[in-house]
Write a protein that binds this ligand. Structure first.
Ligand SMILES: [Zn+2]
Length: 461
């Protein structure tokens, strides 16, 4: 493979669990930046997708190779666990130290470069001998993470988002060791992975990974450990024939497609859990920091977050899998800032939860499409909801108007269905033709969740 093909793929690595989402989320620091998910941000930060990032994901369909990540539970023994915790702490120290030096340099009117901070790691080993106990490539990836955070931050500033400085990492926010390319050895027979300077760690490989392993991340989440294996795949040949579909994401329903399916919004179980989260948060804040009870309450809170996160991801994975398996081409709107504004009349939390889901849904679609040979087409969102899908006339309507009624041709349809048909037509570059009017078919969250993630496509849902 071409060497220069890597950086773009890099952005796309771990689409499922980290980077793709991360590089989008980094823009508002949804991710801890170390590849780990921090749910508190997820719930509180209003979030916007940068068009460039999304474009990058879609463009990378052109690459012949892609990297897919597989996440497994890990069970380090007590010795390995102590070493892992120490290594995390050392990496955190390094991250904060390098960030501090970058900040100091800026305060003095100069600036440091990526290569300079990387070279600094060597001299810091005298200052902090603990660095010698961490695999050198892992240290190098700390520098890499710092710089990708710095770049993401300055990119968001350029995009006009109001964002403060990069934060120093507390112990709770530094959770991932990144073994890139080397320093690990996988023993598939005994289900263990040996990490340099850490030792062997038992891993439950509940499903096999495919492809050449390019890197492994070890993450601490609450009191659990996970490893994420990043493996390289060859991208599937595009499907030559098959049906196509247009998807419209909205607030009233999660997705409406041009085949007349209306997928119910997932927040139903989500909002239900919010009450519980609120209670748990209060319980944490009432306790003395770092006390035994505080730790217990905190772990309960983390579990609740994890539960929501898993449920929601499960929904998004299954739904995107269905679309990718059923169709040869899927058309979606280019989910940019303007599009989000137009879509969202609800402010704050509600909106932000929706936009996070849409962004994730599209990135899941994107990488699943890539591995399945399905074409993902993004279209300009301009006028998709205002235009009559039957004749092309612009019929202005506010968000509260749920039905599209064309005064010119008399076409009447659900607002979102009309938009989905438009997205489909634009994406497939088709001329206007009479739109079939059919009753919309509602699909509930439970129906989506009961689908198998890797199942073969349905003929009809
Ligand atoms: Zn019309």
């Amino acid at each position: 493979m071409k060497a220069e093909a890597l950086p773009r793929c890099d952005n796309y690595i771990v689409c499922r669990h980290a980077n793709c989402v991360r590089s989008i989320c980094n823009q508002t620091l949804l991710w801890g930046g170390d590849g780990s998910w921090s749910p508190s941000y997820f719930l509180t930060t209003s979030w916007q997708v940068s068009p460039d990032v999304l474009k990058g994901c879609v463009d990378s369909q052109m690459e012949k190779w892609m990297i897919v990540s597989y996440k497994y539970r890990a069970y380090p023994g007590s010795v390995a666990e102590t070493r892992l915790n120490t290594a995390l702490d050392t990496c955190r120290w390094l991250y904060n130290k390098l960030l501090e030096e970058c900040n100091e340099a800026r305060a003095c009117g100069t600036s440091l470069k990526n290569q300079e901070t990387q070279a600094r790691i060597v001299s810091l080993k005298d200052e902090n001998p603990a660095l010698k106990d961490v695999y050198s490539k892992v240290l190098q990836m700390v520098n890499y993470t710092l710089w990708s955070n710095i770049t993401a931050l300055s990119q968001s500033k350029k995009n006009g988002l109001k964002i403060g400085k990069l934060r120093f990492k507390s112990a709770f926010r530094y959770r991932t060791l990144n073994y890139n390319q080397s320093g690990f050895k996988i023993d598939r027979e005994h289900n263990t992975i040996s990490f340099s300077k850490i030792g062997a760690v038992r891993v439950r490989m509940h499903r096999p990974y495919i492809g050449k392993v390019k890197g492994i991340l070890i993450t601490r989440l609450g009191d659990k450990w996970y490893v994420t294996i990043q493996a390289e795949h060859e991208v599937s040949e595009p499907k030559i024939c098959g049906r196509s579909v247009g998807l419209d994401v909205g607030l009233n329903s999660f997705v409406t497609d041009s085949d007349g399916r209306v997928i119910e919004n997932p927040p139903r179980f989500y909002e239900h859990s919010l009450d519980r989260i609120k209670k748990l948060q209060q319980s944490v804040s009432r306790k003395k920091r770092f006390s035994k009870n505080w730790k217990k309450a905190k772990s309960r809170l983390n579990k609740a977050y994890e539960h929501i996160f898993n449920q929601k991801n499960d929904f998004l994975h299954k739904l995107s899998r269905q679309y990718v398996n059923t169709y040869a081409a899927v058309c979606v709107e280019h989910l940019d800032i303007k599009g989000l504004k137009e879509k969202g009349n609800h402010k704050g939390l509600h909106r932000s939860i929706h936009s996070v889901s849409w962004g994730k849904f599209f990135s899941y679609l994107s990488y699943k499409a890539e591995s399945a040979g399905t074409k993902l087409v993004t279209v300009n969102p301009r006028n998709t909801s205002q235009m009559c899908s039957n004749c092309g006339k612009i019929v202005k309507k506010t968000l509260s108007v749920r039905v599209h009624e064309c005064p010119d041709c008399g076409f009447v349809a659900d607002r979102d269905y009309n938009a989905a048909v438009n997205i489909h037509r634009i994406g497939m570059e088709q001329p206007f033709e009479p739109v079939e009017t059919m009753p919309l078919h509602h699909v509930s969250v439970m129906q989506v969740l009961s689908m198998k993630q890797e199942a073969t496509p349905f003929r009809a849902w």
